[in-house]
Design a protein. Structure first.
Length: 453
């Protein structure tokens, strides 16, 4: 019921309260003009304010009582009736009407309170039902995602390593398709396309696509922003309604290697709503950065091995890529340095630790030369907590080989070196690696392999 209807209903109630006592008194005066209030032993006229109070509450009951009393006294003074309302009957009738009105008002308050509690309970039940439905839907989506998507980024980077050989000479169609398939699996992209630069200009036609291939929409605001700022651009969830007004893409990822060379751009037209999260898009950015840096890292690896010829190529290559990945995306990795304190260190402890390596980890055995036993362990995507867990696992492996106390008890010093803004050569120098430092400094700076952080 709207406000105007409430007003009309209120006016009708007050009109009924005012007119019914007058109508009852007029009928009684017409039938019994000499004694309209006392003709019968029962005071029938006082039933009117009693019933009005019982129906509408205390205030209407009091008003009906007042109208009947004033009308009865006025009619007697004007000579319309031969009797005014008797005082004892007036007091009893007023008391009965007001009692009924008070009872009605209290009962109405309780009804309103009960109705309010019921309405609130229904609203809460509806809200909980809606939340349960959304939670159930989210659970189903997460369950579906867990079946097809690994929990961490480690598996994605391990799969990306298999694409490294092709990207050394440039991004080809098969490598691009494999990359998109990985993004579809790990980041749940549904419709996406990879456009490369040709002669300094983005190609209109995609090199590879998920879903139906489409021509590049150069006027898309996300694409312009991503190319101008050289960073990932995407619509947040509360901006999805704006897509109809001028956007074709939900996310755009520029493909730029660490030498600031623009290789291409990945545009995403469609992906599930739950996949449009910062964590998921950050993982996609890290994967693309890792992929784009492959050919650049290969050249840097060759230069680094000119200074440290004993460094394994795979170890140097991965260290360079992880260092740049941290600078570009903030993804943390750790370098574990294990070095013997004296000649009495148990070399068998290193063998046991090496046998417990994980798929993505890389080892460099004897990095300090033949006179100092030790090794370097590269832990991709491992922060301090993950590195501590890894060392505890190594200690457990050594205890299983009856080497109580872990690496330190076996005579080795263990140091964690976080991979951060320092150059790969600086990280290796901090680990105690010696190399050929006679190359010209200008030559090294020119290739981004500085000797200091």
């Amino acid at each position: 019921m709207d406000h105007s209807s409430d007003q009309r209903f209120g006016l009708l109630v007050w009109a009924e309260v005012a007119l019914l006592p007058l109508a009852g008194l007029a009928l009684a005066a017409w039938l019994f003009p000499t004694a309209p209030f006392t003709t019968s032993a029962y005071p029938w006229l006082w039933l009117i304010p009693f019933l009005l109070g019982l129906r509408y509450g205390l205030s209407p009951g009091a008003l009906a009582t007042l109208v009947l009393t004033v009308a009865g006294i006025t009619a007697h003074r004007l000579g319309l009736t031969g009797q005014a309302p008797p005082l004892i009957q007036l007091a009893g009738g007023a008391l009965a009407a007001l009692s009924a009105g008070q009872y009605s008002s209290r009962w109405r308050e309780q009804l309103r309170a009960g109705r309010a509690r019921t309405d609130y309970t229904e609203q809460r039940l509806e809200s909980l039902t809606r939340a349960f439905f959304v939670t159930r839907l989210s659970h189903d989506r997460l369950e579906e995602a867990l079946i097809t998507q690994p929990v961490t980024l480690r598996g994605a980077l391990e799969a990306l390593r298999e694409l490294s050989a092709e990207t050394l000479t440039g991004i080809g169609e098969s490598g691009a398709n494999a990359l998109l398939q990985l993004l579809a699996q790990y980041c749940r992209f549904e419709t996406a396309a990879l456009h490369l630069y040709r002669n300094g200009r983005l190609a209109n036609e995609p090199l590879a696509a998920l879903g139906a291939p489409a021509t590049l929409v150069r006027t898309d605001p996300l694409l312009r922003y991503a190319l101008e700022h050289e960073q990932t651009a995407y619509h947040s969830i509360d901006q999805l309604t704006e897509l109809e007004q001028g956007g074709s893409y939900r996310a755009v990822f520029p493909l730029i290697n660490s030498a600031r060379e623009e290789l291409g751009v990945l545009v995403v037209r469609d992906l599930p709503l739950l996949a449009l999260a910062e964590e998921n898009l950050t993982a996609a950015t890290a994967m693309l950065q890792y992929f784009a840096d492959e050919s650049w890292a290969a050249a840097q690896t060759a230069e680094l091995r000119r200074i440290l010829p004993d460094c394994p190529a795979v170890f140097a290559h991965e260290l360079i890529k992880l260092q740049r990945l941290h600078e570009r995306s903030g993804v943390r990795s750790t370098l574990i340095v294990v070095r013997a304190r004296s000649e009495g260190a148990q070399a068998s402890a290193l063998d046991a630790a090496h046998a417990a390596r994980r798929d993505l980890d890389l080892y460099w055995r004897e990095p300090f030369g033949p006179l100092a036993a030790g090794m370097l362990i590269l832990l991709p995507l491992a922060g301090p907590a993950t590195a501590r867990g890894f060392l505890e696992r190594i200690d457990g492996v050594l205890r299983a080989h009856r080497m109580e106390g872990g690496l330190e008890a076996a005579g080795f010093d263990v140091v964690q070196v976080p991979i951060d803004h320092r150059t790969p050569l600086a990280l290796l120098r901090e680990s105690g690696i010696e190399g050929d430092l006679q190359l010209p400094l200008a030559f090294l700076r020119e290739r981004g392999i500085g000797l200091t952080p």
